[in-house]
Design a binder for this molecule. Structure first.
Ligand code: IDC
Length: 456
């Protein structure tokens, strides 16, 4: 009989059928081992080894692992038959635990001696299959190379936006169009393209308050914003929640709505690292004093729920630091918002706003933390031709000053500022060059260059 089995095994091996007759085969999905040193004393230790079978049922098992240090020696084990050869420790299942159904566990243990550090064993296998997720604590999540993974929770340091290593960074990304109109443009395929093809760091979520926006359905818009925050987070992008006030221009008109909205989103997203709050898109026809008063009422609402997030305050004259109203940054420098960890918004439309606006930004950048939360390559109407020369001058300036930006818009609106040709959002292709407008192609080429975020 023995000879017959040996012969059968040989034939099976020759025919490549080992798995059919091997009594201990497990599915390749494998196993998990949790290894815990339960006590340790001078020169000796005791460890628990819990096996979880993640494959199909096994009717006999052999666990192997490596002692990483030559000084580590098995003394005695239980709930299996234990042996050690060189650095390799072997435990063979006992009669009463040799059958393990899917997800079933077996608890073993052993005592040993050690010299030196007593490192955790490595390379656990069950019937030859590597048991991933072995050691007692899961390793820290890798930064996986995404903007949020690398930079973590942001904060303002001096006039810059800084990452978890307290180093200045520039975030480059795109703004949605009004989500009340272009919701269909924000889906898994378009967000994948933004994260992977555009390598965007940032996704600004423009939630209009009027014009069919938040005021018409507060719960619905709040929930849509939250789901877009999650979609950005899943792809390692920062999400900027833009309370897109525009008409009327006095943000105080929406003060109660702002408090309700920000209390809700800040509470819900407090533990996330990827959220930046922008509390008023473009104040206009209103004094800096009124904007500051609004900010000093809304910021504490956010802070109470989410104390460490960066908050961005809009500025006078459609977030032009007052320039479009004939003023300049000095009104903010001389009378800043009474809060920490905040930045000020600056917006421009490259075909309309040129040298005097750039001069303002160059000057103000050494005194105020600035973020270009919205800009266009075209005129302030959102339409017209791309002004390549002015757009390039602006982007070069922002890069040089490490000022973050979001471009208006990641949408297929029928206007020059949109990145995609009209109709693109009815389809599934957001990646090929054929769907890009001139503005989209320009921004994609600028945003997708390497970030080289500092990590120390
Ligand atoms: C524009 C849109 C346009 C829409 C209009 C009205 O591009 O399709 O009809 O708003 O709401 C801003 C605003 C932003 C404007 C954009 C272009 O923040 O809402 O979007 N712009 O006009 N400030 C300066 C320009």
């Amino acid at each position: 009989m023995k000879r017959f089995l040996a012969l059968l095994a040989t034939c099976a091996t020759v025919l490549g059928l080992t798995a059919l007759v091997a009594p201990q085969a497990v599915a390749a999905t494998g196993c998990r081992v949790d290894y815990t040193v339960t006590s340790q004393w001078q020169g000796g230790f005791q460890a628990g080894v819990k096996i979880t079978n993640l494959g199909s049922t096994v009717t006999g098992w052999t666990l192997k692992f490596a002692m990483p240090d030559a000084g580590q020696k098995l003394t005695q084990g239980w709930n299996a038959t234990w042996s050690q050869s060189g650095s390799t420790v072997t435990a063979v299942g006992a009669d009463w635990n040799r059958t393990l159904a899917t997800n079933a566990t077996a608890d073993l243990g052993f005592t040993g001696t050690f010299t030196g550090a007593n490192p955790k064993p490595a390379a656990f296998t069950l019937n030859g299959v590597a048991c991933t997720g072995t050691v007692e604590e899961p390793p820290p999540a890798p930064d996986n190379g995404t903007p949020v993974g690398i930079n973590g929770q942001l904060h303002v340091c001096g006039v810059h936006l800084c990452n978890q290593y307290n180093r200045p960074i520039q975030l480059r990304g795109m703004s949605t169009h009004g989500i009340q109109w272009f919701s269909k443009c924000y889906n898994n395929a378009s967000l994948d393209a933004l994260a992977k093809d555009w390598k965007s760091d940032l996704f600004r979520i423009a939630m209009y308050v009027q014009e069919g926006g938040y005021e018409t359905d507060p719960a619905g818009f709040t929930s849509r914003v939250n789901s877009l925050v999650d979609m950005a987070e899943a792809r390692g992008m920062y999400a900027m929640i833009d309370f897109h006030t525009l008409t009327p221009g006095d943000p105080n008109y929406n003060l109660d709505r702002a408090k309700t909205f920000f209390k809700s989103v800040a509470t819900r997203n407090a533990d996330k690292k990827n959220v930046i709050y922008e509390i008023a898109n473009e104040p206009n026809g209103v004094s800096w004093a009124a904007i500051k008063s609004y900010a000093e009422q809304v910021i504490p609402v956010i802070r109470a729920a989410d104390p460490d997030a960066v908050i961005i305050v809009g500025t006078r004259g459609w977030s032009s630091l007052g320039v479009s109203d004939g003023s300049n940054e000095s009104e903010v420098v001389n009378n800043p918002v009474n809060a920490t960890n905040i930045m000020y918004a600056f917006h421009f439309y490259a075909a309309s706003h040129k040298d005097n606006y750039r001069a303002t930004v160059s000057r103000a950048a050494s005194q105020l933390p600035l973020f270009v939360t919205e800009f266009g390559t075209v005129t302030y109407t959102g339409g017209g031709a791309v002004d390549r020369e002015s757009s390039t001058a602006w982007l070069d300036l922002l890069d040089r000053l490490k000022i973050g930006y979001a471009n208006w818009t990641y949408s297929d609106a029928n206007e020059g500022s949109a990145s995609f040709k009209p109709g693109t959002c009815n389809g599934t292709d957001y990646s090929s060059s054929g769907v890009l407008t001139e503005s989209g192609a320009l921004l994609k080429s600028r945003i997708s260059t390497p970030d080289n975020f500092p990590t120390s």
